[in-house]
Design a protein around this ligand. Structure first.
Ligand SMILES: [Zn+2]
Length: 139
């Protein structure tokens, strides 16, 4: 059994949950629920704000790291480029072009040799035929 009291907020009369709770109950049920909800919402909002703040901090840290990495990579790349002089670069390109040309020329020469052998065989055959024909005429 509770006691009837006046709500501190809305000034309406309400019955406390028990005689004991009448000592600390100062708000009616709906005002108590409202203020509790407001309190929770405020705390929730603060938690969200804190979260956002820490996320923003983390993102700034991450951005700083990423730009550090970018700088490290571009420094390394320009380092490598500086290490390789123009002459070295030219020599490398030249060597690879030469290697390709050598392969191509070898292939052409091989085909050329086969072609020449083929022609020579034809010429020999033709010569033999001519010799044969000449011998037949002489008879
Ligand atoms: Zn009330």
């Amino acid at each position: 059994m509770g006691i009837t009291k006046e709500c501190r907020i809305c000034k309406s009369m309400f019955t406390t949950r028990s005689n004991k709770s009448a000592v600390w109950e100062v708000k009616c049920h709906s005002c108590y629920t409202n203020s509790r909800r407001t309190h929770l919402e405020t705390r929730h909002g603060e938690a969200i704000k804190n979260n956002e703040a820490s996320i923003r901090k983390d993102m700034k840290k991450l951005e700083a790291k990423v730009s550090d990495i970018d700088m490290l990579i571009s420094a390394e790349v320009s380092n490598q480029i500086l290490n390789v002089s123009n002459l070295e670069m030219f020599e490398k390109i030249n060597a690879s072009v030469n290697a390709r040309l050598d392969t191509y020329i070898a292939k052409v020469e091989e085909e050329n040799l086969k072609f020449r052998e083929k022609i020579q065989k034809h010429i020999i055959t033709l010569n033999n035929k001519i010799v044969k024909l000449m011998k037949e005429r002489e008879q």
